[in-house]
Design a binder for this molecule. Structure first.
Ligand SMILES: NC(=O)c1ccc[n+]([C@@H]2O[C@H](COP(=O)([O-])OP(=O)(O)OC[C@H]3O[C@@H](n4cnc5c(N)ncnc54)[C@H](OP(=O)(O)O)[C@@H]3O)[C@@H](O)[C@H]2O)c1
Length: 181
C-alpha cells in the first residue's frame, strides 16, 4: 500500500530513570502526585486531532482497571495472541485486538482516514521506534527515581535522532520535553 502513514505520537510520563511503571505494572507513584489544579500538562491539546490510539495489551489491561474507560477514539490493542485478549462487551465497537506488525497497523488506520495516532505502552512504543515509525515524542519526567520498573526506552535499533520542539517545567518538579523524530 502506498500513501502517507499516520503520524504516530507518544505522550507519556516516566520516572527520571526512565520507567513508565513499577515491575508489577503499578503506576500509583505517578497518579498519586500532587499536580497544579486545572493543569493537564498539555494532554487535551495533544489529544485534539488524534484519530486512533494504538496500545499494548499490558496497557489495555491496566486501563480496564480504571473506574471509567477514558478514550473516545477507536483503540487498536496489540498482542501476539489476540484470541486470548478479552474485550468487554461495552467496548467491542471501539476496541479491536490485532497481531499485525506496526507498519500494517498504520496502513490500516491510514485507509480509515486517520492522520494522527496516540501510541501507548513501553513495549509498543519501542516496537514502532524500531521500525522508524514514531514522529513525535512528548515525555513528562516525574521527579522520582524508581530504581527498577518497566522501561520506556531500549528499542535496540540504533540511534534515533530527535529535534527538540519545547521544554517546560512546573513548580511540582515535572519537566516536559517534546521532540520531533
Ligand atoms: N507512565 C505512563 O504514562 C504510562 C503510559 C502507558 C502505560 N503505562 C504503564 O505501562 C505498563 C505497560 O507497558 P509495557 O511496556 O509493560 O507494555 P505494553 O506495550 O502496554 O504491552 C505489551 C504487550 O503488548 C503486545 N505488543 C507490544 N508490541 C507488540 C507488537 N509489535 N506486536 C504484537 N504485540 C505487541 C504484547 O502483548 P502479548 O503479551 O499479549 O503478546 C506485549 O506483551 C502498564 O503498567 C501501564 O499502566 C504507563
Amino acid at each position: 500500500m502506498t500513501g502517507q502513514l499516520p503520524s504516530a505520537e507518544v505522550f507519556i510520563a516516566t520516572s527520571l530513570d526512565g520507567f513508565i511503571a513499577r515491575p508489577d505494572g503499578d503506576i500509583h507513584w505517578l497518579t498519586s502526585r500532587p499536580v497544579p489544579e486545572g493543569d493537564d500538562f498539555g494532554y487535551a491539546a495533544f489529544l485534539d486531532g488524534i484519530g486512533a490510539m494504538v496500545m499494548g495489551r499490558e496497557s489495555f489491561e491496566k486501563v480496564l482497571t480504571f473506574p471509567e474507560w477514558p478514550y473516545k477514539t477507536p483503540v487498536v490493542v496489540l498482542s501476539r495472541t489476540p484470541e486470548r485478549v478479552t474485550v468487554p462487551e461495552a467496548l467491542k465497537d471501539q476496541v479491536r485486538v490485532t497481531s499485525k506488525p506496526p507498519r500494517e497497523v498504520l496502513e490500516e488506520l491510514a485507509a480509515e482516514g486517520v492522520s494522527r495516532i496516540y501510541l501507548d505502552g513501553g513495549q509498543t512504543i519501542r516496537s514502532f521506534l524500531a521500525e522508524g515509525l514514531v514522529r513525535r515524542v512528548i515525555v513528562t519526567l516525574i521527579p522520582v527515581l524508581l530504581g527498577q520498573g518497566r522501561p520506556l526506552w531500549g528499542h535496540g535499533a540504533g540511534d534515533v535522532d530527535l529535534t527538540l520542539v519545547s521544554a517546560r517545567s512546573w513548580g511540582n518538579g515535572f519537566v516536559q520535553v517534546e521532540y520531533r523524530a
